[in-house]
Write a protein that binds this ligand. Structure first.
Ligand code: BG6
Length: 512
């Protein structure tokens, strides 16, 4: 049952949507994600007035904390990491609904205590039997937690219509498997307990404002769509570069690598949004079906030793700081072959995109932190200038700057002022910071709110996840059979094989 505020016209999508009475249970509450993103996002929602009085936050973990200890932990996390300022009165109201349940995932009595705590909150706090279970835990814990939720009756009525009243939803964090086969198994385990309509898979890139703006840019304007195809676009570059290293993340990252960590999810989702056809409406099923069509039509360009690249960062400089290579980072094996840089070439078999390569790349310890999508256009078919006049003219490009300097750049040639005709590239910029006075919410604020509202548009369904693995698996197998990744110096733009990959086709990577 979806809660609607009787004072608001539900058809007006500009009005803030406020969650109905509900409890959010977080498993893995002692983890980094919970502390840095989830708890602060819950507070930010409360501070923006988007959570109802009947809201509760329940932590579940092994530590022997009291409700008060946990509340203190949440408050520290909020003070350190929330986006909006700390307000005592908001905190006090939120804190009244904070509970902690101590236990192991395999412990029946702990889940029975959780059920008891939720029953109590339903009555005393008014959470009305609406429960979201956030699994911020490693995927090998999913089966046990799902099984326990089923055994303890906490997942009862997880279907779309629950005659008992109240809804049950499960939120899962990536990695959704490590290849197609394991993803299918994981989806089966989760779907055994929670039907697909109650599963919310987090891909936090879809919660970013700039990513949602891809749809507005494409489908609310007349200007760009006529050029959005193989007649005009030469190729597309999707870059997610990070300057941070992997110190402290060996447990998660070693053996996983850059492609599984972000290409399988974030970058292929960005590609789907850029390449999809116009949906007939913004209903979740329409959006999902357009993304599914693109992912079904996408595959890696071969031969993979020429069209993919991978690397591992060695020692180097990050700004003025001397940094170690991956193999010297704490917790990584000295012989680790985990890649920290990956690039692939994808083709999409459709009339719109035939012959247009999509280059996807990501890496740690690169020159700077930047995520962008660049549509690089073909050159004008004819240039009525002497060659020397256009020596400095590059390809036109439309760049969606996802972060950190959020906005859109249009790059085109312009006459250099003076007596001669010389054409050079210039940029025309739209910047969120200048155009809007409101700051963008954090991705997790948007996504947690959408879970509580039961709004699934921004969550990939199991078919998207499986199709993304189908695209990536051949590269993973190819790399696994080909020894150690090439080392690149920290602070640079990655391995030389990545440059060679584009040079073969006469193209170069952008240096954002
Ligand atoms: C996560 C990856 O999904 O995204 C991390 O696991 C990465 O390795 C992070 O650092 C980057 O997120 P953002 O929002 O800072 O670009």
């Amino acid at each position: 049952m979806t809660w609607t505020n009787p004072l608001r016209d539900p058809r007006d999508r500009r009005l803030p949507r406020i969650a109905g009475p509900s409890a959010l249970v977080i498993f893995g509450v002692t983890g980094d994600l919970a502390r840095r993103k989830l708890m602060p996002a819950v507070y930010d929602l409360a501070n923006r007035g988007l959570l109802p009085p009947g809201f509760a936050l329940v932590g579940f973990a092994r530590r022997s904390w009291s409700h008060e200890d946990f509340s203190e932990i949440v408050r520290d996390a909020v003070k350190q990491n929330s986006r909006t300022g700390f307000r005592q009165e908001v905190w006090d109201r939120l804190a009244e609904g904070i509970r902690f349940v101590q236990g192991e995932f395999g412990d029946d009595t702990a889940f029975d205590r959780l059920a008891e705590t939720l029953r109590d909150l339903d009555e005393t706090r008014g959470t009305d039997g609406n429960h979201a279970f956030y699994l911020s835990v490693p995927p090998d814990a999913f089966p046990t937690v799902c099984e326990q939720l089923k055994r303890s009756g906490l997942a009862d009525g997880a279907g779309p219509e629950n005659p008992e009243g109240g809804w049950r939803r499960v939120v899962i964090e990536k990695p959704f498997g490590h290849d197609l086969e394991s993803a299918k198994q994981l989806n089966a385990v989760v779907n055994e307990v929670f039907p697909e309509q109650s599963v919310f898979r987090i891909d936090h890139y879809l919660g970013k404002e700039t990513v949602q703006n891809i749809l507005a840019l494409r489908f609310a304007n007349q200007l760009f769509e006529p050029m959005w195809n193989s007649h005009y676009v030469d190729h597309v570059q999707i870059t997610m570069a990070e300057d941070i290293g992997l110190g402290g993340r060996a447990g998660y990252y070693d053996g996983i690598g850059a492609a599984r960590d972000v290409i399988q999810n974030h970058l292929l989702q960005l590609m789907a949004l850029v390449a999809m056809e116009e949906p007939t409406s913004f209903r979740p099923s329409e959006l999902q079906s357009e993304k599914i069509k693109v992912l079904s039509a996408a595959s890696l360009v071969e031969p993979l030793d020429e069209t993919t690249a991978r690397g591992q960062y060695g020692p180097g400089w990050q700004g003025s700081e001397k940094v170690v290579g991956l193999l010297q980072e704490d917790g990584f094996s000295h012989t680790s072959t985990t890649e920290t840089y990956a690039a692939i070439t994808v083709e999409i078999a459709s009339r719109r995109w035939a012959g247009v390569p999509f280059y996807l790349r990501t890496g740690k310890r690169l020159g700077r932190r930047v995520t962008e999508i660049a549509l690089v256009f073909k050159r004008a078919p004819h240039l009525p200038f002497d060659d020397t006049m256009t020596e400095e003219l590059g390809h036109n490009a439309l760049v969606i700057r996802v972060q950190p300097d959020e906005g859109v750049t249009l790059r085109f040639g312009s006459k250099v002022p003076g007596a001669s005709m010389e054409v050079r590239d210039v940029n025309m910029d739209f910047s969120y910071g200048e155009a809007f006075t409101v700051a963008s919410p954090e991705a997790y604020e948007r996504l947690i709110l959408d879970v509580l509202l039961g709004e699934p548009s921004l969550f990939p369904v199991n078919e998207e996840v499986e199709l993304s693995w189908r695209i990536l698996d051949p590269a993973l197998e190819h790399w696994a059979a080909n020894g150690h990744p090439e080392e690149y110096e920290s602070g640079t733009w990655g391995p030389s094989s990545a440059d060679a990959m584009l040079e073969r086709t006469g193209r170069t990577w952008r240096r954002p």
